[in-house]
Design a protein around this ligand. Structure first.
Ligand SMILES: Nc1ncnc2c1ncn2[C@@H]1O[C@H](COP(=O)(O)OP(=O)(O)O)[C@@H](O)[C@H]1O
Ligand SMILES: [Mg+2]
Length: 372
């Protein structure tokens, strides 16, 4: 009998997508094959505390986490990938060390989970983890830097402008003038580093624009203003792999509101998915090729979902963003696109764990110091 791999599934987290993460993690935990894996459930609270216990996920779902043990996150390679657990005993608090974890699986969306911060911690501790590394995660999260990298790689994106909160506060007229030079309304205003459509506005007139800018500036000090694509179709592709990534078939989102807003994503729950997206073959192949190029351009690993805008009449393609930890419930777009491409959910999860180990092996080969 081969030894089981111990997989720490991380969920919750400090971002606005805490609850979405619990749903994604529920699906992941339910398919991890107990013959192959021993699962350690680690929840991160909205305050950032790491907690564990046999049914930590259920406790987070119920909002009753008081009985869980505290976990001290791994920080240095000498900890040999161990999690230290702080237990309350009759004698007071006491540390115990959980045997080593083979792979960390962050099922965390948004800031502090998908943006390179926790990935930095994994790198410090020298542990294997699922998904993109520090640079891929943070560039994927930062709409401003992401666009610059896409421009440098000749991947088509919409015209946009980055402004600072201070510019909006001190030179609003000038910001409006520059924004209008992008080509007229509608314009979208977005915080550079967030997700889930939080803080995003569609501005149809000058009067909306000032409001949209101020709304976005609540969530970030860097704000993106984007030319709005008219008659837009939203097409998504799943990418999987490390050095030789593959792209799935394309899927289409049918938003239930004027755009794929927070309400449309999580409140109405009525936005539809169309798989495969009805597109001419040459268009979908072009989209899949751009998805792979973008993935490689930001040095992604493991997985990402590439989101595109396509103009209805002209089929003009624009890459919108890469999500390095996309929604991952069994009915989410990322796994459904793989399902439709011949890779069922459970096998997808196995593959992501293999890719994490493969990447760790690559890292272990890399010399970090000059040797004689
Ligand atoms: N330039 C644009 N043109 C048309 N629609 C847009 C544009 N930018 C954003 N949208 C709409 O807003 C939604 C959310 O924007 P997005 O940049 O994907 O933010 P998030 O990272 O929060 O998902 C998109 O799915 C789309 O419906
Ligand atoms: Mg999006």
């Amino acid at each position: 009998m081969t030894k089981k791999l111990r997989v720490a599934v991380l969920f919750g987290g400090r971002s606005g997508e805490h609850d979405v993460s619990l749903m994604s993690a529920r699906s992941v935990v339910s398919v991890l094959d107990s013959n192959r894996y021993e699962v350690v459930q680690v929840g991160i609270t909205l305050e950032g505390n790491w907690l564990t216990g046999a049914n930590a996920l259920a406790a987070f779902e119920k909002g009753e986490t008081g009985h869980l043990d505290r976990v001290i996150p791994p920080t240095d390679p000498a900890s040999r990938q161990s999690l230290h657990v702080l237990r309350e005993t009759k004698m007071g608090e006491k540390f115990e060390t959980l045997a080593s974890v083979d792979v960390f699986f962050p099922v965390l969306h948004g800031p502090f989970g998908e943006d390179g911060t926790i990935q930095g911690l994994f790198e410090m501790a020298d542990v294997a983890y699922v998904g993109a590394g520090v640079a891929g995660s943070s560039v994927g999260m930062d709409k401003g830097i992401f666009k610059d990298v896409m421009r440098a790689n000749d991947i088509p994106i919409v015209d946009s402008l980055l402004v600072l909160r201070g510019d909006i506060e001190n030179n609003l007229d000038e910001v409006i003038q520059k924004a209008e030079a992008l080509g007229g309304y509608p314009l979208f205003t977005k915080p550079a580093n967030l997700g889930s459509s939080v803080g995003i506005s569609k501005c149809n007139h000058r009067s909306d624009l000032a409001e949209g800018l101020m709304e976005a500036a609540r969530y970030d000090r860097r704000i993106i203003i984007e030319h709005g694509v008219r008659d837009v179709r939203e097409i998504e592709v799943s990418v999987l792999g490390n050095e030789n990534p593959r792209a799935s078939v394309c899927g289409e989102i049918l938003p239930s509101r004027e755009f794929y807003s927070y309400e449309s994503k999580y409140i109405d729950g009525t936005s539809g998915l169309l798989i495969p997206a009805p597109l001419p073959d040459d268009v979908s192949n072009q989209i899949r090729a751009y998805a792979i190029r973008a993935y490689q351009a930001i040095d992604c690993a493991g997985m990402a979902r590439a989101d595109f805008f396509v103009e209805k009449e002209t089929y003009k393609i624009y890459l919108n963003e890469l999500n390095t930890i996309p929604g991952f419930t069994s009915i989410s777009m990322y796994p459904k696109l793989w399902q439709a491409s011949g890779l069922p959910y459970a096998q997808l999860v196995d593959r992501l764990i293999d890719l994490a180990l493969e990447r760790k092996a690559q890292r272990d080969r890399t010399e970090r110091r000059r040797t004689a």
